[in-house]
Design a binder for this molecule. Sequence first.
Ligand code: ZN
Length: 209
Amino acid sequence: MSLLNDLLKNNKQWAEDILKEDPEFFTHLAEQQSPEYLWIGCSDSRVPANQLLGLMPGDVFVHRNIANLVIHTDLNCMSVIKYAVDVLKVKHIIVTGHYDCGGIRAAMEKQSFELIDGWLRNIKDVYVNHRHEFLESMTDKQKLDHLTELNIIEQVKNVCHTTCVQNAWLKGQDLTVHGLIYSVKNGRLKDLQVNFDNIDSINDLYHIN
Ligand code: ZN
């Protein structure tokens, strides 16, 4: 219980500090949220969306899972995207992976993690589909980093392939999908320069009409 008491004490202090800056902060926020960003990131405790973007509560809608995967049969992730795009009308969907990701490392190992195996298999698919890019001369770290980057790009495309995002583009909604990578070693984000903002930028096999 003492641990929980510490957390509640922290929370009380945090809320009081915010009210000192802006006495109406929570009153305004309680009325509605209108974030411009949907963040799809890793569950890793070192990669918290709001803190590393310098954003306040209300600024970013967040979905996190192991290794920031966007899987079309994942009702949780699909529902988050649908709500963010259709209801909140976010302008940016940011898929953010990070170096030193335990999920990526686990996917490169030949061992079972039981329930998590099916999840990690999606990352193995990315590796196998790009296996020609993993050269003998690369160190294990270089291979991990490369797979981490490829995985982000793959998930960015998965976001774009959803019916929801394509419908938004067809309706003329202002929406861009981005891929970023975060370094837990220095706290910095890097833009992977994979930005999609229209249906023509994705392979037409995925087009919904
Ligand atoms: Zn991770």
